[in-house]
Ligand binder design. Structure first.
Ligand SMILES: [Cu+2]
Length: 276
């Protein structure tokens, strides 16, 4: 299964096939690397369920990447290309909807991950399509069989080509961060007095706290990902997106009462603000 000595491939094709396979393997390792960065330094490991999904992605992408590097095998290439697309589909699902209390936002890293996965699909897909038939596959001869094979081959190449362009367009449209986002309510000067709230490791600290009516609350995001401090009740306080390292201030409600709040990006991050 590993070697096909009887294959008649020109030296140029051999080089191209090797290049596509190695590139695809390296791109899959790159995808694993980006997800490992998100899992580790970016703190995704703190997110329930999502952390585990990231760990699975890292392991599978790394194994398929290594397999593609060492095995000149069509099945491995197809599996790698399919997994790259599956990762992208997963990203899109989390961006379009909230699952497991998690919603993905557009980030630069998300864009690069999407681009890496699109190109991994392209190179491994092209490799799988261009790899000459094995002896077993070639055994099915006859005019009709070879015609069907030729059509199937052209079709797969077209699917890989069109698919890659479509993937890159989707990634560019959905993952590229909006340039107009956030920074409207940003303030770097923290006013004297008032309450301070810190977000770290996907949690608010203090989680439950009390302020006076209309008091200023400054919220500092110490994580490497974007969060918000948002009243669960509609029309209440909302910091909007707080970038990593940023401090944003909001005014507490003027009516005494209990105000549950959350992060709109990660709804599992909750707490209660008491105004009295
Ligand atoms: Cu958050």
């Amino acid at each position: 299964m590993l070697a096909h000595p009887e294959r008649t491939v020109s030296q140029i094709n051999k080089g191209l096939l090797l290049g596509l396979r190695v590139l695809g393997g390296l791109l899959l390792l790159g995808s694993a690397g980006i997800h490992a960065y998100l899992y580790g330094p970016d703190g995704y490991r703190h997110i329930p369920t999502i952390g585990w999904l990231f760990l699975v992605q890292i392991i599978v992408a790394a194994l398929l990447g290594l397999a593609a590097l060492v095995l000149p095998n069509r099945l491995v290439a197809v599996a790698g290309a399919a997994f790259a697309v599956a990762t992208l589909v997963g990203y899109e699902i989390f961006r379009l909807t909230t699952l497991f209390n998690f919603h993905e936002v557009r980030t630069t890293l998300g864009f690069w991950a999407g681009l890496v996965e699109s190109l991994a699909f392209a190179s491994l897909g092209a490799y799988a399509t261009m790899l000459p038939p094995t002896d077993k596959e070639a055994a099915h001869t006859g005019a009709l069989a070879s015609l069907l094979k030729l059509i199937a081959n052209r079709l797969s190449l077209a699917v890989v080509g069109i698919g890659t362009v479509a993937l890159i367009v989707v990634v560019a449209l959905s993952a590229l961060p909006k340039t107009t986002s956030a920074s409207t309510t940003t303030s770097t000067s923290v006013p004297k007095g008032g309450a301070t709230l810190t977000i770290q490791n996907f949690a608010f600290s203090p989680k439950d706290f009390t302020v006076t009516p209309g008091e200023t609350i400054s919220v500092t995001n110490k994580d490497a990902v974007t969060h918000t401090f948002t009243s669960v009740t509609a029309g209440g306080f909302d910091t909007g997106l707080i970038s990593p390292g940023q401090t944003v201030t909001v005014k507490a409600p003027t009516t005494p009462g209990s105000y549950p709040y959350k992060c709109t990006v990660h709804p599992f991050m909750t707490g209660t603000l008491t105004v009295s």
